[in-house]
Design a protein. Structure first.
Length: 528
């Protein structure tokens, strides 16, 4: 049968492509089906404004995938064979205040100490101890990110066996706000670290976020931020090249509406147009837990109920992608542009806290938390000669206060204009003369681009502690498998370890290889 494959993957998000690429490398005949006319899910580069300007519609920088053996050891040859190349700017992140003061996180701990010492020598010394503790935690944290997660109970029991483990367990239960307020004293130093962790799409006072401060900082110190040359979508392109090089097929504009289940196993999929595709071994589904019922029949009701009750983040993003005549000019100085992520900081910690309180109650925050980047600063290949791009974001609720998500279709332009006006307090040339065109995405637009971004949550489901590890998104689904359906596997930002560019499909591939009697270690050694 011409429509028969070994493995079928639903969706071309980077996690599904990673899993499919490992299985293709193992010799399996792979088919990837994508409903959009483009590939990549949240890892996509498109000409959103005018021709010649390449914008990263969602993820603009790759942090956590840098420690993944997929990249670190180049297990599939994405770097050596398939054209993926990363640029690592020296300053991953900078906070900019309205009075022109700045605080940068660099790839050199001593230089970061000097940055913090401008505000507080005591906090700078505390940072050295803090970052050293984070570096101590990093190996144990990274060991859990790229393989199937260990059982939550066993992990907690292991931590309880030592003083160091109990300390880590304590930090895990606390909020980022608790941790930062304990370690640092200066208002602006506190703001910097709290703003850093809020990029994980939750308020800093959310309990269970404390370890995130150590993890985010230690990752940025050790690995920096990788900007894919040519755009974030170059990771997607390299994965597709790997799949096709091993005989696989990646097909766009083909929406899957149903998983075929025969004899208790996933046997294939049905597309919207009625076309059927059959899978001998397995189906990989980027299927959000809220949508499982509509895709797969015969699942236990308790599995579906728990999946449908997974919690979505209150934090949505409204983004602006702008094509510019010239590079941004910051009032604080040209050094600001040397950082990948540029945070336009509020004046006080209480303003940042209030921002997330407003979101919790469905309000548009009274103060902005605008972050931005300009990838053309490091990668001029993304723009015509002499031109520039900007990617800016602020946090908003999914449901507009006018009463519906669809209200964003009418109001997002107004919000974007307000963002641009507010950015003028930090940037001298963000005006009509410089902005050639811009594209704006609301949280509803995010959901439209990818079904994984349910209600505009770019992480699929919220990164709360009870939706973490082998309990992400639920204990039933936390091992990347669907119980009761043989050969049905899950990938996506809603699975462990969470949203962002982790390359977490590697864990799904490991689980599949185990079930299909494929030696994964031998596979990755042979692929190099």
């Amino acid at each position: 049968m011409t429509n028969t494959y070994d493995i079928i993957a639903i969706g071309s998000g980077h996690n599904g492509l990673v899993a499919a690429a490992y299985l293709a490398t193992a010799g399996k005949k792979v088919l990837v089906l994508e409903r959009q006319p483009w590939f990549g899910g949240g890892v996509v580069t498109r000409e959103l404004t005018v021709p010649g300007f390449k914008h990263d519609q969602h993820s603009m920088a790759h942090i956590f995938i840098q420690a993944n053996p997929l990249i670190k050891n180049d297990e599939l040859g994405l770097l050596s064979k398939y054209g993926l190349k990363y640029i690592y700017p020296k300053n991953p992140m900078i906070g900019v205040f309205k009075d022109g003061e700045t605080l940068a996180l660099t790839d050199d701990r001593q230089k970061t100490w000097e940055q913090i010492a401008k505000f507080s020598r005591k906090d700078a010394d505390a940072y050295l101890r803090f970052s050293e503790l984070g570096a101590t935690y990093l190996p144990s944290l990274t060991a859990t990110l790229y393989s199937p997660p260990a059982p939550v109970g066993a992990s907690y029991a292991m931590m309880d066996q030592s003083r160091e483990g109990r300390r880590l367990f304590n930090i895990m239960q606390r909020s980022a706000y608790d941790v930062v307020m304990e370690w640092f004293e200066h208002e602006r130093v506190r703001l910097f670290f709290l703003r850093m962790i809020s990029e994980n799409l939750h308020g800093p006072e959310e309990k269970g976020t404390g370890v995130g401060v150590f993890m985010f900082l230690s990752f940025l110190e050790k690995y920096g931020i990788g900007a894919a040359q040519g755009g974030s979508g170059m990771l997607t392109r390299a994965l597709i090249a790997c799949i096709e090089d091993h005989g696989g097929t990646v097909r766009a504009s083909t929406a899957v509406k149903k998983v075929l289940v025969k004899g208790g196993r996933a046997a294939g999929v049905v597309a919207d147009n009625g076309e059927e595709f059959y899978a001998k071994d397995a189906v990989i589904g980027a299927i959000h837990p809220h949508l499982l019922r509509s895709y797969i029949e015969g699942l236990p009701e308790e599995v579906l109920r728990d999946a449908e009750h997974t919690e979505i983040s209150i934090v949505g993003c409204l983004t602006i992608h702008a094509a510019l005549n010239e590079a941004l000019k910051f009032k604080a100085g040209d050094h600001v542009s040397e950082s990948v992520m540029i945070e336009l900081m509020p004046d006080r910690v209480d303003i940042l806290r209030q921002h997330f309180d407003d979101l919790r109650y469905g309000r548009i925050p009274s103060h902005s938390l605008i972050g931005l980047g300009s990838a053309s600063r490091f990668d001029p290949s993304r723009v015509p000669p002499g031109k520039a791009i900007m990617h800016a974001w602020d946090y908003v609720p999914y449901v507009h206060p006018d009463g519906s998500p669809e209200a964003w279709d009418r109001r997002k332009g107004e919000f974007a204009e307000t963002m641009i006006e507010k950015m003028g307090a930090f940037i001298t040339n963000l005006n009509k003369d410089n902005i050639i065109a811009y594209h704006c995405d609301s949280p509803l637009d995010m959901e439209r681009t990818s079904a994984s971004f349910r209600r505009g949550d770019l992480h699929g489901v919220a990164s709360y502690l009870y939706q973490f590890g082998s309990h992400r998104p639920t204990p039933d689904l936390g091992q990347n498998k669907v119980p009761g359906i043989e050969g049905m596997y899950l990938v996506g930002p809603f699975q462990h370890p969470g949203g962002g560019v982790f390359g977490a499909g590697r864990a799904t591939a490991m689980k599949m290889c185990e079930d299909l009697k494929i030696d994964f270690d031998k596979l990755v050694k042979g692929a190099r």
